[in-house]
Design a protein around this ligand. Structure first.
Ligand SMILES: [Zn+2]
Ligand SMILES: [Zn+2]
Length: 354
């Protein structure tokens, strides 16, 4: 098992944030720091190299970004954009995701839980980016290369991390997010089919003592104040290609992710009073205002004069494993299987408070 996993290869679309920038890649020797080959700009092969690149390495030398990758990196130009495809071992990839998603002091059982999720996602996902399985951004999962110093991060033994994700499949991969803010939503968030009749709230992120597991996260509270006309403009523009193209948005009803007793999550827009999936609303707003503007799907909107006040909890979509919650469960002595049972079991988890 271990042999199979550690030798399995995976292709990842890396440096996605930099695909539109003119820059040079230089492969450098690990020990000397000297360039391997001055012609190594477009095609790099080798066991383990330091890649350093910048938008303009001569003028913006202080903006040099260094990434450590293993495997083989191929850079191709396509219609003025770079496509960087990294081929590396599955073991190195999952190690790199853990390194990118968690800090070095994370309890090993929380890292193992996320590694098991990654193992399932990798085995069951189609290629989502051309010939690459995943990209290196939050769209798939963050991958910033492998740690330069292997001693600082847990390297999972993938063969030991097989877990039965009941009800999950290629069309319903297990997902994770940074901080739920206290409330976990079901996968139905993305599967409402125009019907908003069932509850999206799966459960609270807590054990029997009621203390929210991810409350130590720096993203636990957030708030925004936005001018009404700004938010109306963003929504009107997003709806311009739909059936509502001749009617602008003139209002948003006060909203609370938790207010409705049935847990139905919807946003009414006063064009014709349409209802919008909360995750769609969040993405529409964030596309204009920045990806961390509405940080999660758990928030309230209240009108006040010319503004909307938005108060929220958490970071991410609120579905699947809550990373800060998983760390807290590990600190309270839960092993990786119990952590996965807590976040992915279709039933209430068999975890009891000590
Ligand atoms: Zn992606
Ligand atoms: Zn949480």
């Amino acid at each position: 098992m271990e042999y199979y996993y550690s030798h399995k290869k995976i292709q990842i679309a890396v440096l996605e944030k930099y695909k539109k920038l003119p820059f040079a890649i230089i492969a450098m020797e690990n020990n000397t720091g000297r360039p391997v080959n001055s012609n190594a700009v477009f095609r790099l092969t080798g066991k383990k190299r330091i890649l350093s690149f910048s938008r303009n390495k001569f003028i913006y030398s202080n903006e040099l970004l260094t990434r450590f990758y293993s495997g083989k990196l191929v850079a191709e130009e396509n219609n003025g954009e770079w496509i960087f495809t990294l081929t590396l071992s599955l073991q190195d990839y999952i190690t790199g995701v853990l390194y990118s998603e968690y800090s070095a002091d994370t309890p090993p059982e929380a890292l193992k839980a996320l590694a098991a999720v990654m193992l399932f996602r990798t085995a069951h996902s189609d290629n989502r980016h051309g010939r690459a399985k995943f990209c290196d951004l939050t769209h798939c999962q963050v991958f910033q290369g492998i740690p330069a110093d292997n001693s600082i991060i847990y390297r999972p033994a993938l063969g030991e991390l097989s877990y039965r994700f009941i009800g999950y499949s290629k069309s319903n991969l297990p997902v994770f997010h940074s901080t739920c803010g206290g409330v976990l939503f079901s996968e139905q968030l993305w599967n409402q089919n125009g019907s908003y009749s069932h509850s999206l709230i799966k459960k609270k992120d807590c054990l029997a003592d009621g203390k929210i597991l991810c409350s130590a996260s720096p993203h636990f509270f957030w708030n925004r104040t936005v001018n009404k006309s700004v938010l109306h403009g963003i929504l009107s523009e997003a709806l311009a290609n739909s059936d509502f193209q001749n009617s602008g948005v003139i209002g948003i009803t006060d909203f609370d992710s938790l207010e409705n007793e049935s847990g139905v999550i919807e946003i009414e827009l006063t064009i014709k009073k349409i209802r919008m999936n909360i995750d769609r609303f969040r993405l529409i707003v964030n596309r204009k205002m920045g990806w961390h503007y509405l940080k999660s799907n758990l928030f309230t909107i209240k009108q006040s004069g010319a503004n909307y006040h938005i108060y929220g909890n958490g970071l991410g979509h609120n579905v699947g494993l809550c990373q800060y919650g998983a760390v807290e469960l590990a600190r309270r002595g839960r092993n990786w299987r119990q952590i996965l049972d807590f976040y992915y079991s279709p039933k209430l988890p068999p975890i009891h408070n000590n």
